[in-house]
Design a protein around this ligand. Structure first.
Ligand code: SAM
Ligand code: DTB
Ligand code: SF4
Length: 328
């Protein structure tokens, strides 16, 4: 099967508009061809530097511009990060994602960041970092340290982006993605559903991902976690219909699978507010990975017990970190 980077918006719209069962069937068929359909990876997220961020992303609890009551903190100590990663591995995670509330990393922080990557990787965990915009030199240093994935989301369609953030442009995001793509690090890039966007925006968002020079190896799809006193969280209080319904959410992940057959599709923030049935449909369609643990970065998450019970009911298995080490 050929991997296409020339999808048109019309073709993606046509997929979205298929009868739901046909769409799911096509997504499942492609999913089974490229992935193990009964396996879902568990990832743990850690906020290594919380709050006080210079960007004004309208959904985010961590922007210094939004008075969300979140306490800002400095970059964590490397040892404390390694301890958290060790615990995540013991709890069954295969992947450890470290997030910092930065517009971009300061060069003075890079030694600590590099050391986090090396030491977490040495535990046999897959590593991912999300630190904001990168220079060529910073991307090079992360690559040299052996970072597996860099997460940098486009969040929405290009035309909706100015409703989401005004302290940077879509092109700024694309530039960092290009720097990551040109290094040996895999790209993790996705977005958020339920920010008041239309289906046309969701189509434009998927189109932007699927027409990058290479598909991102990893595509996190977040459901907005509405946060009080953020512009988008407050907007939704007054327009509850902006919340994406579960069938539309499943259509979005299924379409993502059809147009990006090889990507790891990650059901990310917002699972706490989703029913088990909707999550099951996401796994059925294509989802390869979830974030487990008490919180993604600063908000709530479905509990590990609840996830384990759901996996049990669905017969989903988790590849163990130990297996990854021995396979390495
Ligand atoms: N500062 C870095 C950046 O923006 O690239 C990394 C951290 S940022 C929290 C990572 C991603 O989390 C964002 O790009 C966004 O897609 C997602 N996110 C943040 N807050 C969210 C929320 N309230 N609901 C859903 N997703 C959210
Ligand atoms: C992504 O797309 N989702 C994760 C990860 N990349 C870094 C972050 C979700 C954050 C959810 C809001 C919070 O907990 O602050
Ligand atoms: Fe900062 Fe990232 Fe939050 Fe935007 S999403 S405000 S860049 S931490």
């Amino acid at each position: 099967m050929t991997i296409r980077n020339d999808w048109t918006r019309q073709e993606i719209a046509a997929l979205f508009e298929m009868p739901f069962n046909d769409l799911l069937w096509e997504a499942q068929t492609i999913h089974c061809r490229h992935h193990d359909r009964n396996t879902v990876q568990r990832s743990t997220l850690l906020s290594i530097k919380t709050g006080g961020c210079a960007e004004n992303c309208g959904y985010c609890s961590q922007s210094a511009g939004h008075d969300t009551g979140l306490k800002a903190s400095k970059l964590m100590d490397v040892d404390a990060v390694v301890t958290a990663a060790t615990e995540a591995r013991s709890a069954g995670s295969q992947r450890f994602c470290m997030g910092a509330a930065w517009r971009s990393p300061k060069d003075r922080d890079m030694n600590a960041i590099v050391s986090m990557v090396r030491r977490v990787k040495a535990l046999g965990l897959e590593t991912c970092m999300t630190l904001g915009m990168l220079s060529d030199d910073q991307a090079g240093r992360l690559a040299e340290a052996g970072l597996d994935y860099y997460n940098h989301n486009i969040d929405s369609s290009p035309e909706y982006y100015a409703n989401v953030v005004t302290t940077r442009t879509y092109d700024d995001r694309l530039e960092t993605l290009e720097r990551v793509r040109n290094s040996s690090i895999s790209v993790c890039c996705g977005g958020i559903m339920g920010m008041g966007e239309s289906r046309a925006d969701r189509i434009g968002f998927l189109h932007a991902l699927a027409t990058l020079p290479e598909h991102p190896q990893s595509v996190p799809i977040n459901q907005l976690v509405p946060i009080a006193r953020t512009p988008i969280g407050d907007m939704l209080k007054n327009t509850p219909l902006a919340v994406v319904d579960e069938i539309e959410f499943v259509r979005t992940v299924a379409t993502a699978r059809i147009i990006m057959p090889e990507a790891m599709i990650r059901l990310s923030a917002g699972r706490e507010g989703m029913t088990d049935t909707a999550q099951a449909l996401c796994f059925l369609a294509c989802v390869n990975s979830i974030f487990s643990g008490d919180k993604p970065l600063t908000t709530g998450n479905a509990s590990a017990d609840k996830d384990a019970a759901l996996f049990d009911r669905l017969g989903i298995v988790v590849p163990s970190a130990q297996k990854q080490i021995s396979a390495a």
